[in-house]
Write a protein that binds this ligand. Sequence first.
Ligand code: NAD
Length: 381
Amino acid sequence: MKVGALKEIKPGEARVALTPDSAAQLQKLGHECLVQSGAGEAAGFNDATYEAAGVTVVADAAALVDGADIVIKVREPEEAEVKRLRAGQTLISFFWPAQNEAMLDAAKDTGATVIAMDMVPRISRAQKMDALSSMANIAGYRAVIEAGNNFGRFFTGQVTAAGKIPPARVLIVGAGVAGLAAIGTSTSLGAITMAFDVRPEVSEQIESMGAEFVFLEFDEPAQDGAATGGYAAPSSPEFREKQLEKFRELAPTTDIVITTALIPGRPAPKLWTEDMVKMMKPGSVIIDLAAEKGGNCDLTVMDERVVTENGVIIIGYTDFPSRMATQSSTLYATNIRHMMTDLTPEKDGVVNHNMEDDVIRGATVAHAGEITFPPPPPKVA
Ligand code: NAD
C-alpha cells in the first residue's frame, strides 16, 4: 500500500512522521512511500534524501492524501486535513480523541480509519510503538538542556585557580518517563540531583540513576498518591501538605526545578507555588513540562519564558520534542514503522486492520464509519 507523510501545518512544528530510514523499513514490509515536498526539511531530511531512499516526493498536501492509502503525520489533524480523508483510507497520528470530539466526529464521517498514537496502550508488547514515551524522553532531556541554557552557572562543581564553584542543585518533580530522562541528564552533567514522585516504587530507579529520592516523613503510614496501572492518583490533602512543606524547605537552596507531574485525564497538580518561587535565588530556573495542562508551577505561562521580579526564570514551552526535531522525528517515525509492522503481518504490503489485536484496537479511534473510542480495556498485559 502507499504510505504518505504530510508536512505539519502547525506553526513551529518541525517534526516529520517519515524519515529516509523508516521509509526503507516500510518498503521491506511491501509498502510504497510518499512524502509531501519539504515535510522533513526542518528536521534535517530534505527531499533529496527521501528520493535517495526510494520515496516519491509529492508537491502538496492534497496530492499526497489523494495518492496515499495510509496518511501519516505527527500532530493531531486540523479540520482541513480531516476533510481530505476518504473512506477506506487510514490516518496515523497523535489525535487526543478525548479532547478533540468534534474532530473525531468529522473523521468518522469521512469513513476513514484513525489510529491515534497517543492511545497506544502502555503494555510491554506495545512499547516499541509508544510515541508518548519516546517524546517524553526527549522532553525530559531537553528540559535539562534548556535549563542549562538559561542558568548562569555550571552544573558540575569545579575547583579552579580562579575559585571554587559549587555544583548546581536540581530538583525533578515527577519521575515518570520525562522525569527519569531529566534525572539521567542532570546527573550526567554533574549536578546534585534530587527527585520526588508520589509513587514510592520509583525511588529505586531514581537512586540507581545517581539522584536522591526526596522522602516525606509521616507519623502514621502515608496515604500517598500511588494508584492503579502504574499511573498516579490525586494525593490526599495531608500528603499534599507534606509535599509542599518539603518543597518549601528545598526552594531556597534549589537552583533548577524541573516539573513533570501528571495525573492522566486531570489538570496538572499545582506543586511549585508562588511563595516557593519567591524563596528561590535570582538566576534560578524552573522548567515546567506540564505547561500544556495548566502547569505544575503557579506562575508558568504556556509557551513563554517569564522572568519574575526576584529574577527567577520560568519556562513553559510545550514544544520540547520539536526543538530536537531530528531526534524526535527519528523515534516517532520508528514508532509508526512498528505500528505498520503490526498492521502488515504478512509483510506483503497488505494492511490487516485486526480489531481483535489489543494494541491495534486500543489505538483505533474511528473505523469504518464508527467512533471506536474509548476502547475496551486490554486483555493482556
Ligand atoms: P508520566 O505519566 O510517565 O509521569 C508523570 C509522573 O508524575 C508520574 O510518575 C506520576 O507519579 C508523577 N506525579 C503525579 N502527581 C504527582 C505529584 N503530586 N507529585 C509528584 N509527582 C507526581 O508522564 P510523562 O510521559 O513523563 O510526561 C510528563 C509531563 O511532560 C506531562 O505533563 C506531559 O504532558 C509533559 N510533556 C511535555 C512536553 C513539552 O514539550 N513540554 C513534551 C512531552 C511531554
